[in-house]
Every structure is written in structure tokens, then in C-alpha cells.
Ligand binder design. Structure first.
Ligand SMILES: NC(=O)c1ccc[n+]([C@@H]2O[C@H](COP(=O)([O-])OP(=O)(O)OC[C@H]3O[C@@H](n4cnc5c(N)ncnc54)[C@H](OP(=O)(O)O)[C@@H]3O)[C@@H](O)[C@H]2O)c1
Length: 281
């Protein structure tokens, strides 16, 4: 345990050394919550590839977050990791403080350009009959309360003209009985997106949601391995003929984060390859 902790500290110090920069007015910065793996990792790598210094947030898996940082550094980018459990309000406060301190250490000032609310509890109790108040509260805490208060805590350091990008889900337009509470959290985030866009628009900050359909992250990869016919079933229900990859989500996020996305706000961009659009013939 002690040895692991020492190794982890040493790895983090290496990353700090490799990624530290002097204050530079042209440097852009991003926080991607839940970028230790999956879609968040792809977004962090893409934004770092576009020249941003990226705060790689994780919940439990510090090692995976460090891998994301190392991938970014190997590709010539700059990043640092910050851990915080978003199921608690203390965790949200710790993330705000950690990001401010990390940005100051890595760029010379605590200024954020892009906030990507990606982290989510992706499973709740399932069907209505099986749900519990504890699991229901947890999925809302991580997926709705945390992004709400993260925005509140980081708005003072978000640059005018900055970006808030929420990762939603196609489950808000497709009724999946086994994901009821989870789907409700994503619906709440769409409402947050629209209303918040009006709240922060005077500062030229845009707020949007990018909504994936089934995407090849750990959960879906395991499900496809356990059920080989699943891939064909998913593709059969989509307009486009492949199962979404994390990069298919990262690219529209990068577009919204760029100058080219400046006039788009308060909207939901479906990035699901046309999942469940209707009968094909
Ligand atoms: N994959 C899909 O098919 C799909 C489809 C539609 C929408 N989405 C949405 O896309 C986003 C990313 O999904 P994904 O599949 O990439 O997720 P994932 O592989 O399950 O990764 C989730 C990420 O969120 C973090 N996280 C989870 N609970 C947390 C907590 N309590 N506190 C702090 N961090 C926490 C995890 O950190 P640690 O591992 O370090 O704990 C991890 O980095 C989510 O918003 C999800 O709802 C995904």
C-alpha cells in the first residue's frame, strides 16, 4: 500500500515536471471530468492535441488517470490529474480547489477555458421495480448535482468566451425501461444546458450538450464480449454502420470548444450515429 502510494506520488511528480509551463497568455485550458478512461479520456486527449493544458479528473482510479496524462505527454501535450469523488459535495469543492491550484501551477494563472462535464454514474438500479432511494440519490448526485455545483464553483475562473460542454445521452429520446433513473439525470442536464446558456451568455460563454448513443467504452466492450450478436443488433438500430467510438464523441466536443463553435449555445447535439431514428425501409 505504502509502496503504491510512493510510486503514485513519484509518477505525479514526473508529470508535473514534464507538463509545467510558464504563464502564457495564449495557452487555453480545459477540465474534463471522468477522463481516467472511456469517452472522457478521448476528449482529454483531443483537447490536449488542440493545444490545451488539460486537467484530467478521476473518481477512484488514479492509475488510469495517470495513464491518460502520460498518453497526452507522449503525444506532446500538457496535462495533470486531479482526483475527487463527485458523489459528495465535499468532493465537488475539492475538485474546484484542485483544478484552480493545478492550473495555477501548470500555466501560471487559475483560468479555465473549457469545462467538460463528462463523469457519470452510468448504472442505477435498473427497472423501476428494482430501484432504491440510495441508488437513485447517488445517480442524481454524480450526474446532476455535481455538474451544477462544479459550474457554480468554476464560473469565477471560467474565461469570458469560455465553453461548458455536458455529455448527455440518447436515452433522453429513446425510452429504455432499464435505465429510467439514469435517463432522468440526462434529461435534467438538457434543461440545465438550455437555461444556463441564458444565464452565462452575456459573458459570451456557450453551454451545450453532446449526446452519445452506445459507445465502445469498458461497459459496452464487456457486454459485446459476453453477447457476440450485440454488435450487429446495435448497428441494425442505427443509421450509420459502426458502433460509436470514444473519438466519435470527442470530435464534436472539440468543435464546440473551438472558435468555430462560438455561435452555438443552449442546444443538444446528438452524436449517436443516428441511433433509433426509425424504420430503415
Ligand atoms: N459509453 C456509452 O455507451 C455512453 C452512451 C451514452 C452516454 N454516455 C455518457 O458518456 C459519459 C462517459 O461515459 P463512459 O462510458 O466513458 O463512462 P465510463 O467508462 O464508465 O467512465 C466514467 C468516468 O466517470 C468517472 N466517475 C464515475 N463515477 C464517479 C464519481 N462518483 N466521482 C468521480 N468520478 C466518477 C470515472 O472515474 P474513475 O473510474 O476514476 O472512478 C470515469 O472516469 C457519461 O456521461 C455517460 O453517461 C456513455
Amino acid at each position: 500500500m505504502q509502496e503504491n502510494a510512493t510510486q503514485e506520488t513519484a509518477m505525479q511528480e514526473t508529470a508535473v515536471q514534464e507538463t509545467s509551463v510558464q504563464k502564457n497568455d495564449s495557452v487555453r485550458t480545459a477540465l474534463v471530468t471522468g477522463s481516467s478512461r472511456g469517452i472522457g479520456r478521448a476528449i482529454a486527449r483531443r483537447l490536449a492535441g488542440d493545444g490545451m493544458v488539460v486537467a484530467v479528473h478521476y473518481g477512484k482510479d488514479a492509475e488510469a488517470a495517470q495513464e491518460t496524462v502520460e498518453m497526452i505527454v507522449r503525444d506532446g501535450g500538457r496535462a495533470f490529474s486531479v482526483g475527487a469523488d463527485l458523489a459528495t459535495h465535499d468532493g465537488v469543492r475539492a475538485l474546484v480547489e484542485g483544478v484552480r491550484a493545478g492550473l495555477a501551477a501548470h500555466t501560471g494563472e487559475a483560468v479555465l477555458d473549457v469545462l467538460v462535464n463528462n463523469a457519470a454514474a452510468t448504472t442505477s438500479g435498473g427497472h423501476l421495480a428494482d430501484e432504491t432511494p440510495e441508488r437513485f440519490d447517488r445517480v442524481f448526485a454524480v450526474n446532476v448535482r455535481a455538474p451544477y455545483f462544479l459550474v457554480q464553483g468554476l464560473l469565477p475562473v471560467l474565461r469570458d468566451g469560455g465553453r461548458i460542454i455536458n455529455i448527455g445521452s440518447a436515452v433522453t429520446r429513446i425510452a429504455l425501461a432499464d435505465e429510467l433513473a439514469y435517463a432522468m439525470t440526462k434529461g435534467a442536464m438538457e434543461t440545465f444546458t438550455r437555461t444556463l446558456a441564458n444565464v452565462v451568455g452575456e459573458r459570451r460563454i456557450t453551454v451545450n450538450t453532446v449526446s452519445p448513443g452506445p459507445t465502445r467504452t469498458e461497459g459496452l466492450i464487456a457486454a459485446m464480449a459476453a453477447m457476440p450478436q450485440l454488435e450487429g443488433m446495435l448497428i441494425g438500430g442505427q443509421a450509420l454502420p459502426w458502433v460509436g467510438r470514444p473519438e466519435d464523441i470527442a470530435d464534436p466536443v472539440a468543435f464546440l470548444a473551438s472558435e468555430d463553435g462560438r455561435w452555438i449555445t443552449g442546444t443538444v447535439i446528438d452524436a449517436s450515429g443516428g441511433t433509433y431514428l426509425g424504420p430503415k425501409r
